[in-house]
Design a protein around this ligand. Sequence first.
Ligand code: SF4
Length: 432
Amino acid sequence: MSPIAPRREGWCPGALRPMQTGDGLLVRVRASGGRLTLDQAAAIAESALACGNGAISLSARGNLQVRGVNEKTMPDLQARLAAACLLDSDPEVERLRNILVSPLSDVDPAAAFDLAPSVAVLESRLAEDSALRPLPAKFSFVLDAGGRLPVGDIDADIRFEAIRGAEGPAFAAYLGGDDALAAILPPSEIGDAASRLAQAFLSRAGAGEARRMRALVERLGAKAVFAGAGLDARPRARSRRSTSLRDVLGGHAFGPAVVVGAGAAFGDIDAGRFRTLIERARSAGADGLRLAPWRSFFVTGLTPRSAVSFLGVCAKVGFLVHSGDLRMRVVACPGAPACMHAFRPLREDAARWASLLPAADSVILHVSGCTKGCARPLATAATLIATENGYDLVVDGRAADRPVRRGLSSVAIEAFLAGEGAKLFESERSGA
Ligand code: SF4
């Protein structure tokens, strides 16, 4: 197995190149298309118990991350992941497979089409095309099938929106930083289009300059990048549709198919409880697990009857199954001591503040251990950023944006949430 690379700033961790954090090595498992068999999910839970500290994080982009691994247990963890077909052959291929996919495109009749074959084409192109190896660490792809679980609010360097065109299924390809220009292509050409667009990015971005497509598009315009890729782009508005938590948590029927969606508060999963959940999913007749970008996952292949009892199991082992659960309104990074950059522990504060929030259908509070804001790249109604002197507050922005208040104490934050914050959240909800 490969040696463990030293920690690097801006690095996207994988299973072949883990990242050093405050609680040991963090190993991100990149499930193809976010789809796991129950055996694979069980292997991740067992690996976290045997080789990590028993904690698993579910990231904002729907990746499971095994925490608290060390250099001695790393080879065993990699061997376990390889046996479960969850390990890439090469760290560079693993790094490039930064693809977020609508989780139920094969189950949801309202989705444009099943994205699995397109994911396979894209992944094999990323693996085989050596011209793409210089792509920056966080260069990402999104495949959005629309339907009941759209991912239109999740940005990427290259975004493929699945459509049912007059001539059959197709993708509209968009570049990060431009929502109004798209190249239309058949699904079979996704690998070729991704490669051409990525190479157009590389040849124009220059070494060490634009590290993301958005920066390049702001400098040159999307038309120039499409032209460099030899793709004809026409005006077409990108979807911005996002998914309601009501369509994620709980039991859902998609025609005859029944799934259960379960959330992990703050993305924290206890590996022992996850193992129990997988065992019970197996006894309930489930056939798989889909990781989703809302710190949640779906268990598929249930019947209406088995879904009801499985929902009870999820709640009993600590997963969230009600969209009204206020913990789903808050996003928080691991904080200290799990992250070495965090100014303080966050979990207790975040849980207490969650209980003070009003009902809402989306995330309205982001609690961050520092200005990097890893847990949520999107703007949020209120963001609290830990500092040496309490918390700074950003309204309608990201963790790195300019705070409107600095150095707030817990008491001051609770007063804010009960007063001005409540009005802010209400105006967000009503769209005022
Ligand atoms: S936001 Fe800061 S404290 Fe939180 S995980 Fe990222 S680097 Fe660590």
